[in-house]
Design a protein around this ligand. Sequence first.
Ligand SMILES: [Zn+2]
Length: 179
Amino acid sequence: MESINKFNFCPECGSKNIITKEGTHWVCPDCGYDLYNNDAAAVGILLVVNGKLLVFSRTKDPQKGMLGLPGGFVNKGESLEEACIRECNEEIGITPPPFEYLCSFPNTYPFKTLVYSTCDAFFYSEYKGTEEELLSSIKTVDGEAENCKLVPLATFDTSQIAFDSMRKAVKILRNKLNI
Ligand SMILES: [Zn+2]
């Protein structure tokens, strides 16, 4: 889905002549306002223990009820790695074990009346404890996730995953781990 964000008025001078270019660039011929809204950086973590992937049910739109991974938008001034650690703490109440870069894919994130284009960077982390230890340490802190569970990475149905970028990342991880 292409971004369809547009302004009816120039945010600077209020002119109705503002031109939307490709949904990511707006130019006002009257005052010279020239705004780019390039892709936002976002992260996701594939946390694996004993061949199983940690997923949860999303409690909010977009894709409410679908399976999500810990992650989210990168804040201003933050690195991708810092965003991973912060989001894991916010969403599932744990600091992730050491993780490594896996892959990235573009994504679209419809939110209220806007569509955000993102570049999602995915990281892979292997939890060294047991499944029970991981699940018992999880606390869904900020209410964006519920029903955290472990699904067999090799065989679970990826059509339940919320976003296409996440589905592709799971495929990359399956290939990387030869499963
Ligand atoms: Zn203007």
